[in-house]
Design a protein around this ligand. Structure first.
Ligand code: NAD
Length: 439
């Protein structure tokens, strides 16, 4: 897609939902002009979420007071069912954010070839300010409120920012109490604890999938100047589930040097490389729950860390982090987008111009939903796969998805993000045509 064919490149869009719509529109315009005509009605059908639920519910806090919370569940596409997508607990959760994330889920499932529509959910809250008991009560009540939507064959949640295996266990239990006869009820959520039917390898799946995509890109010599990942310098933004696991995998399995790490409080940098496990142990023990102060290293701002010398930058925190000013200054040759929507539209244009190789979120972080799919299959079949089998299947899926996007990029002379959207939306258009419109 050329820079001249849409007006949006001139304005930096910080709103994730608006950016998602622009990305969609850009891909539709391209398909319409270069591949085949796309009816207006089909565009609308694909763009708009088919179901959005907002719930308000009370939770009794530890001190006896009652607090009201707002939660959401959005099912974006029902071209395939069940729908699938994580649950986020964060102070900035609102309907627009959840809708944008649900759209990305639809794209992601199409990119990797999973038989799911996209969905997402969340509760506006600050989990760091809630006690364990309060979080458990909030989760159980939220699960109850979204019961009309979720089910092993209708909509299957998973963890995202601020949630983990524990919340998935509670959602499963709540669902089971109200649906005691449902067969394979554990398939109502993925990312569960192993004892409840969770899959080996799910916790680190998003990071592992990203590593496989990166490995494939290097193997196929698609990144200029990269013949190996060994000793490459990596900066990681976000040190939660995804950020920690990607640093550990790149460090332990690929011999990368993790030179920079940051969390919401700021970052640290060491040219000689950091040991991910030591940094995590320090973070867990620190009163601030932060990497700041590790090994006496200076405290860097986010901006400083993202633009520090490195070859690979991994955003693994949240959306709208790589802004145009950062894109202009960053030194990385590769960006592995494990967070959802980390890059603004304008930053993206700058990265394309600078020939930075971007592995876009809807490809790079699809390992999480892929192993969720494996978990769902195991639950339905009453099986428990070995870790080696999960990893082998994940690698195959991620390599195939990467291959499809590279092929689309080459065939149509597109950057990787545009190619991923064009590929995913073209597939959705096929499904609409093949299924037809009911009635
Ligand atoms: P998490 O809650 O475990 O970790 C998030 C981390 O980001 C925390 O360390 C937090 O301190 C940090 N953070 C928050 N704001 C930041 C900022 N402005 N700068 C730097 N760090 C910041 O969440 P997670 O599950 O690791 O998810 C991270 C990202 O990956 C999200 O965008 C999520 O949507 C995406 N993702 C997660 C999964 C999954 O399976 N968990 C799957 C696909 C995509």
């Amino acid at each position: 897609m050329t820079h001249a064919n849409t007006a949006y490149e001139v304005k930096e869009e910080f709103d994730f939902l608006k950016r998602t719509k622009l990305e969609f529109e850009k891909a539709i315009q391209f398909i319409n002009a270069e591949i085949r005509p796309v009816e207006k009605g089909v565009r609308k059908f694909l763009e708009q979420p088919f179901r959005q639920l907002t719930v308000r519910f009370p939770v009794q806090m530890d001190n006896g007071s009652i607090e009201m919370f707002t939660g959401y569940r959005v099912q974006q596409s029902r071209l395939y069912e069940p729908t699938k997508g994580g649950i986020r607990y964060a102070p900035d959760v609102d309907l627009d954010l959840i809708t944008a994330l649900s759209f990305d889920m639809t794209m992601k499932c199409n990119v990797v070839g999973l038989p799911y529509g996209g969905a997402k959910g969340g509760v506006c809250c600050d989990p760091k300010k809630l006690s364990r008991a309060e979080l458990d009560k909030l989760t159980r009540r939220y699960a109850y409120e979204i019961l009309p939507m979720i089910g092993p064959d209708s909509d299957v949640p998973a963890p995202d920012v601020g949630t983990s295996e524990r919340e998935m266990g509670i959602i499963y239990d709540t669902y089971k109490m109200f649906n005691p006869q449902t067969p394979y009820a554990s398939a109502v959520v993925t990312g569960k604890p192993l004892n409840l039917g969770g899959s080996k390898g799910r916790r680190e799946a998003t990071a592992q999938g990203g590593a496989y995509v990166l490995e494939e890109a290097v193997k196929q010599k698609n990144i200029e100047g990269f013949s190996t990942l060994k000793d490459t310098a990596v900066v990681i933004q976000g040190y939660g589930n995804v950020g920690f696991h990607i640093s550990q995998i790149l460090h332990d399995d690929y011999g990368c040097r993790i030179v920079g790490i940051c969390d919401s409080k700021g970052g640290i940098y060491s040219e000689d490389g950091l040991n991910p496990k030591e940094v995590m142990a320090y973070k867990n023990a620190s009163p601030e729950q932060s990497v700041i102060g590790f090994d006496g290293l200076p405290h860097l701002t986010q901006e400083k860390l993202l633009t520090s010398p490195c070859e690979i930058l991994v955003p693994a925190a949240k959306e709208t982090q790589i802004l145009s000013n950062i894109a202009k200054d960053l030194e990385a040759k590769v960006i592995l987008e494990l967070a959802n929507g980390p890059t603004t539209n304008l930053a993206d244009e700058i990265l394309v111009e600078k020939k930075v190789y971007v592995l876009p979120d809807i490809l790079a972080n699809a390992g999480g939903v892929t192993v969720s799919y494996f978990e769902w299959l195991q639950n339905k079949a009453g099986e428990s796969w070995e870790l080696s089998l999960v990893k082998k299947k994940l690698q195959r899926k991620m390599a195939a998805a990467y291959g499809s996007i590279v092929e689309t990029a080459k065939n149509h002379d597109l950057d990787m993000r545009s190619a991923a959207f064009v590929y995913a939306i073209s597939k959705a258009i096929n499904v609409v045509q093949e299924r037809g419109i009911f009635p």
